[in-house]
Design a protein around this ligand. Structure first.
Ligand SMILES: Cc1cc2nc3c(=O)[nH]c(=O)nc-3n(C[C@H](O)[C@H](O)[C@H](O)COP(=O)(O)OP(=O)(O)OC[C@H]3O[C@@H](n4cnc5c(N)ncnc54)[C@H](O)[C@@H]3O)c2cc1C
Length: 312
């Protein structure tokens, strides 16, 4: 099997290449890289046999690369394109699929190769069910988010070929007028072994300080439910939220505070090793998903827990 990988996020590309390598078996894995030459080399170190190198992004938008990517796929005819399920990644492969008169199946949770055909699992009905789809065309285009595949350790001595690709100017090019860094926290939630999740049980934005203190005592990162990041007003705007439409993580410890435990949220963390919750409502769904639970008011429990963890 001949698998191509594309992502505008290099961190995600590394994971996708790990998964592609496993799926490909004795087949080949190629990466489509927009970035520096050292990033192209990094793609080889973590699993690509060939890198189609489109050069630095410069003043182009990722979307402007669609005609170039579609041409690579048309010329090279891979069996599969696995793209990073980022906002730009989905936009690019959706348009590339349309250009090639095929479809893109987004947000795969699992891709399996059985008897030469590919089976792809993805969640539907807001995470209430999983559908398994079989690819029937010549080219399967799909997107996969972070945390689904394990990256392989980089091996700088791996052999691989970098093929520089001339960009095709899109018919309608987007003009970038300005770029500014996105206002997000310094969360490293994907790599975190421990996560404290903030739910709508926190009454005020300022109260999140209680969660920050608990997270610091636990050496944990903060995660959020969707209403906390996107509600009105948002308490943690721009921060990652966990769930079916957010991120999926697999920490060793997940401590949900003031989180009700709706499926759409829990689906993003149900592979955590240990789940603990703190909720003042004994019938909250979150208790059913938890290994341990504390029934109590977070405003009383959190300061005590933080104090106990700090040993003061
Ligand atoms: C299509 C779709 C996709 C969605 N995708 C996502 C997603 O990806 N991620 C996501 O998170 N949500 C998602 N949602 C929303 C989801 O259904 C829930 O509404 C959301 O997860 C609830 O967030 P919450 O638990 O913070 O708030 P609530 O449901 O309001 O729960 C708050 C909890 O805090 C408890 N509480 C209140 N006060 C205290 C206190 N003082 N001490 C202790 N506990 C207290 C309450 O008992 C309650 O259980 C989606 C919904 C839809 C329809």
């Amino acid at each position: 099997m001949n698998i191509f990988v594309f992502s505008d996020s290099m961190a995600l590309m590394v994971e996708l290449l790990g998964g592609a390598r496993e799926l490909a078996g004795n087949g080949s894995v190629a990466a489509i890289v927009i970035g520096s030459e050292s990033q192209a080399q990094q793609a080889i170190a973590v699993g690509a046999d060939v890198v189609y190198w489109l050069g630095e992004q410069g003043n182009w938008m990722v979307d402007d690369f669609v005609p170039t990517i579609a041409k690579i796929l048309a010329d090279q005819k891979p069996n599969v394109l696995i793209a990073g399920a980022t906002i730009r990644g989905k936009a690019v492969v959706g348009r590339a699929a349309a250009a090639l008169d095929t479809v893109a199946i987004t947000n795969a949770k699992e891709i399996r190769s059985i008897d030469g055909s590919l089976l792809l699992s993805r969640m539907i009905y807001g995470g209430g069910a999983v559908t398994v789809q079989r690819a029937t065309g010549d080219l399967l285009i799909t997107t996969v988010g972070p945390g689904q595949f394990a990256a392989v350790a980089a091996d700088q001595s791996r052999d691989g070929e970098i093929v520089p690709i001339e960009r095709i100017e899109p018919v309608i090019k987007i003009t970038k007028l300005e770029s500014k860094p996105k206002q997000t926290g310094s969360s490293n939630i994907y790599a975190a072994k421990r996560v404290v999740a903030v739910g709508r049980g926190f009454a005020e934005k300022a109260d999140l300080q209680l969660a920050r203190e608990l997270a610091a005592a636990l050496d944990a990162e903060l995660g959020y439910t969707r209403p906390v990041t996107e509600g009105t007003p948002p308490f943690a705007e721009g921060e990652p939220y966990i769930g079916v439409s957010g991120i999926q993580i697999k920490p060793d410890l997940y401590l949900a505070v003031g989180v009700s435990g709706q499926t759409q949220h829990v689906i993003g963390v149900n592979e955590a090793k240990i789940i603990v919750c703190i909720n003042n409502e004994p019938k909250a769904l979150m208790f059913r998903h938890s290994d341990y639970g504390i029934v109590g008011d977070l405003y009383e429990v959190l300061p005590e827990l933080t104090k106990a963890l700090k040993g003061v």
